[in-house]
Design a protein around this ligand. Structure first.
Ligand SMILES: [Zn+2]
Ligand SMILES: [Zn+2]
Length: 348
């Protein structure tokens, strides 16, 4: 008891500081995770810039990789040997709500109920040296998978939940709107699902990277009408699956309009600002097109993500835009909010 560890806390607008807090102790059925790498996700970026008004100070971090440091009572050391590498799905699964019982744990009513009783600074707690997690949240990964790549388990899992809703069949046309990190993970996953992948992205450098990642067709939505262009590629029908990874409502409307009859249009990104747009009920009636969303990773998609990374079926290397030791976390956050970066990773 009384041992200290360091965390990276957002303390005010555009400022992070390294703070010392009490080291967590693993309770029954818990693992003390020694965190090695933590990626800075959009949520933490918005908290840093104060677009999101989480109370400060705040220790974010949920895209984490590391190793088993200590086991609480009841955890099998054969399953989780000390020193063994793990990643963690940090969001809660209560196991007893309506959604959990239907196998849709990403909508669990206790999703964000953090056990903060031991925490001196609020937050998800991944941006620190240690975190106590439930053994059920931990996934073993191979020792040879670098921590920086393993930290993609969470964002890739979010994307795989989205991909699943696209119900892609071999040979389908898939449009991904937006070539940020989430767009790129959609490109790679859709390609793996056997689709012809079309990316809409204004930035030429991002289009180039998407092509390196296997994207079949890329185009600039500022140079041509995206809906007409996608229709021209698909005999006028539109794409079987469209994934909107941008937060712009005008784009959300285009996403629906470029989806084929019987197709699936998935609103992956949250919308800022959240402006409603019109959909014709008659068009839905006649087209049978499905318009839906995707939020957070399910247990199933997290498991798939771990498999894809562990077996090197998906390699996120090109999406790592920088790695910073936690002492330079200020630089890391400043880099993360720049539009030209994909994922910035803080190491501990
Ligand atoms: Zn995330
Ligand atoms: Zn639940």
């Amino acid at each position: 008891m009384g041992e200290k560890m360091r965390v990276v806390a957002i303390t005010e607008e555009k400022k992070v500081e390294v703070k010392e807090v009490r080291m967590p102790q693993p309770k029954e059925n818990q693992i003390l995770m020694r965190i090695k790498a933590c990626a800075i996700c959009t949520w933490e970026q918005r908290t840093f810039t104060r677009e999101s008004h989480m109370p400060l100070p705040f220790v974010g971090g949920h895209e984490i990789a590391g190793e088993v440091a200590q086991l609480g009572k009841g955890v099998n050391p054969a399953e989780f040997p000390v020193g063994g590498k793990i990643v963690a799905r940090l969001i809660n699964v209560c196991g007893k709500c309506y959604f959990c019982r239907r196998g849709e744990e990403n909508l669990c009513v206790e999703l964000n109920n953090l056990d903060s009783s031991e925490m001196e600074i609020m937050g998800t707690g991944g941006m620190g040296e240690y975190l106590a997690i439930n053994a059920s949240q931990a996934y073993r990964i191979p020792d040879e998978l670098p921590d920086v790549k393993a930290a993609f388990a969470e964002p890739l899992a979010c994307v795989l939940n989205s991909i699943e809703k696209g119900k892609i069949e071999l040979g389908d046309d898939v449009v991904v709107i937006g070539g940020g990190i989430m767009g790129m993970l959609h490109v790679m996953s859709a390609k793996l699902s056997g689709a012809r992948v079309i990316l809409s992205e204004p930035d030429p450098e991002r289009r180039r990277i998407a092509e390196e990642l296997g994207c079949d067709i890329t185009f600039n939505p500022l140079e041509k009408n995206p809906v007409e262009y996608v229709r021209s590629l698909t005999e006028g029908r539109g794409a079987e699956a469209v994934f909107n990874t941008t937060p712009i409502s005008a784009v959300a409307k285009q996403a629906v309009e470029m989806t084929a009859p019987m197709g699936r249009c998935i609103m992956y990104s949250s919308q800022h600002p959240d402006k409603p747009f019109e959909i014709s009920p008659n068009w839905l009636h006649n087209s049978e097109t499905i318009v839906t969303g995707a939020v957070s990773p399910s247990v199933r998609s997290f498991n798939r993500s771990v498999n894809l990374l562990a077996k090197k079926i998906i390699d996120p290397e090109k999406l790592v835009s920088g790695t910073y030791p936690y002492g330079n976390a200020q630089d890391a956050f400043e880099a993360a909010v720049r539009p030209d970066t994909f994922r910035i990773i803080v190491t501990f």
